[in-house]
Design a protein around this ligand. Structure first.
Ligand SMILES: Nc1ncnc2c1ncn2[C@@H]1O[C@H](COP(=O)(O)OP(=O)(O)OP(=O)(O)O)[C@@H](O)[C@H]1O
Length: 319
C-alpha cells in the first residue's frame, strides 16, 4: 500500500447485512443473517465467535464473494462489494473452513494459478516465500493429494495470501490441526498482524480467541449480540469466585455463609461466587472462620471468555 493512499478506518464494514437461503422443495427458507451491523477496525485482530450455525461462515463468504447477500451493504477496505466487487475481493484473503484440495496440482502450481487468478504480475509473485514461511518448501512439487491435513490447511493460508491482501480472514483455521502446527500457524498470523495485516478469525476455541484477539464480536442466530474490545467484554462478567480448600472435609456449606452463593465442589473445595464490590474477600474469610473450619488453601477465579460466551448465547429470548 502506498503512503499517499488514504487508508480506510475500517477493514470490513457491514450495515444491516441480511441473507436468506431459499429452501428447495419442502425445505423452509433460512434467515442466516438477520441484519448484521459490524465494523472491523483496520489493524485489529478481530474474533468472530458464535455457536454452530450462527451465521459466521455466511458473513465471511459474502465478503469473500462466495455467497450473495440478500440485502444490506458490505464494504471491504472501504470498497462497496456491489460497486466494485473486483477491488473489494482484491483487498481480502479468505482461508475457508472446508479443505478442498486441488488434487492435480502441486503446492507451487496451486499458488501460481491463484496468483494468476488475482492478476499478480510474475515478478511480484511470492510463491516460494509463502511456501517457505508456511513450512511447505519440501512439498513444493508434491501432489496436493499427498499432503497431510495440516499441510493442506497451511496451503489454504498461502492461497489466501498470494495477492498480499490487507485483510486476512481465517474461518476455523485450526480445526483438526495438531498443537505444534497450530502454534506455527499462529506465529505466522501474529507476524502478519504485526506487519499491519488486519486479521479476522472465527474459532470455536475460545481460549484461542481470548489469547489472540483484541476485539471480539459474538454472533448468534444471525445477529450481533456483542461487539467490543476483549477487555470490556471480559469485564462484563464482574463475578469472581473465591475457592477455599478446607483443612478438613466439610459435610455441608457452613451456616455462617448463609446468604452467599456458595457450594461444595466434587473435589471438596468450597466455591463462593460473588459480585465484585458486593462482599469483600476479608468478610468471606471471616465468616468461613466463624464456622470453626480451617483454611488449607485459598484462590480466586475470574471469568473467562467461555463464561461470557455462554452467558450471552444461552437461552436468549429472541433466538
Ligand atoms: N447453502 C445453504 N443453504 C441453506 N442453508 C444454509 C446454507 N449455508 C448455511 N445455511 C444455514 O444458515 C445458517 C448459518 O450457517 P453458517 O454456516 O453461516 O453458520 P456458522 O456460524 O458458520 O456455523 P459453524 O460454526 O457450524 O460453521 C445455518 O442454519 C445453516 O444451516
Amino acid at each position: 500500500m502506498s503512503d499517499t493512499i488514504k487508508l480506510p478506518e475500517y477493514a470490513l464494514e457491514a450495515t444491516d447485512l441480511r441473507k436468506t437461503y431459499r429452501g428447495g422443495g419442502k425445505a423452509p427458507d433460512k434467515e442466516a443473517l438477520r441484519g448484521i451491523d459490524l465494523k472491523v477496525k483496520r489493524g485489529s485482530f478481530f474474533g468472530l465467535l458464535g455457536p454452530n450455525g450462527a451465521g459466521k461462515s455466511t458473513f465471511i463468504n459474502i465478503f469473500a464473494g462466495l455467497t450473495n447477500k440478500t440485502s444490506g451493504t458490505a464494504r471491504t477496505w472501504g470498497v462497496d462489494i456491489d460497486q466494485d466487487s473486483r477491488a473489494a475481493r482484491a483487498a481480502i484473503g479468505v482461508v475457508p473452513q472446508e479443505i478442498s484440495a486441488d488434487v492435480f496440482f502441486t503446492p507451487y502450481e496451486t499458488l501460481e494459478l491463484m496468483a494468476g487468478f488475482y492478476g499478480v504480475p510474475k515478478k511480484e509473485r511470492r510463491t516460494d516465500e509463502l511456501l517457505e514461511v508456511l513450512g511447505l518448501t519440501d512439498k513444493r512439487d508434491a501432489y496436493v493429494r499427498q499432503l497431510s491435513g495440516g499441510m493442506k490447511r497451511r496451503l489454504l493460508v498461502a492461497k489466501a495470501m498470494v495477492h498480499t491482501p490487507p485483510v486476512l480472514v481465517l474461518d476455523e483455521p485450526t480445526a483438526g490441526v495438531d498443537i505444534e502446527l497450530r502454534r506455527q500457524l499462529w506465529d505466522f498470523v501474529r507476524e502478519l498482524h504485526a506487519r499491519g495485516t488486519t486479521i479476522v478469525l472465527t474459532t470455536h476455541y475460545l481460549e484461542e480467541a481470548q489469547e489472540l484477539c483484541d476485539e471480539i464480536a459474538i454472533i448468534d442466530h444471525g445477529k450481533v449480540i456483542a461487539c467490543e474490545p476483549k477487555e470490556t467484554l471480559l469485564k462484563r462478567m464482574d463475578r469472581k469466585t473465591l475457592v477455599i480448600t478446607p483443612g478438613e472435609a466439610l459435610p455441608a456449606v457452613p451456616a455462617s455463609l448463609d446468604g452467599l452463593d456458595a457450594e461444595i465442589r466434587p473435589d471438596g473445595s468450597l466455591a463462593i461466587s460473588y459480585r465484585f464490590g458486593e462482599v469483600s474477600v476479608a468478610e468471606m474469610i471471616e465468616r468461613f472462620h466463624a464456622s470453626g473450619a480451617r483454611i488449607a488453601d485459598l484462590r480466586t477465579e475470574e471469568a473467562d471468555l467461555e463464561d461470557v460466551f455462554l452467558s450471552l448465547t444461552y437461552n436468549r429470548e429472541d433466538a
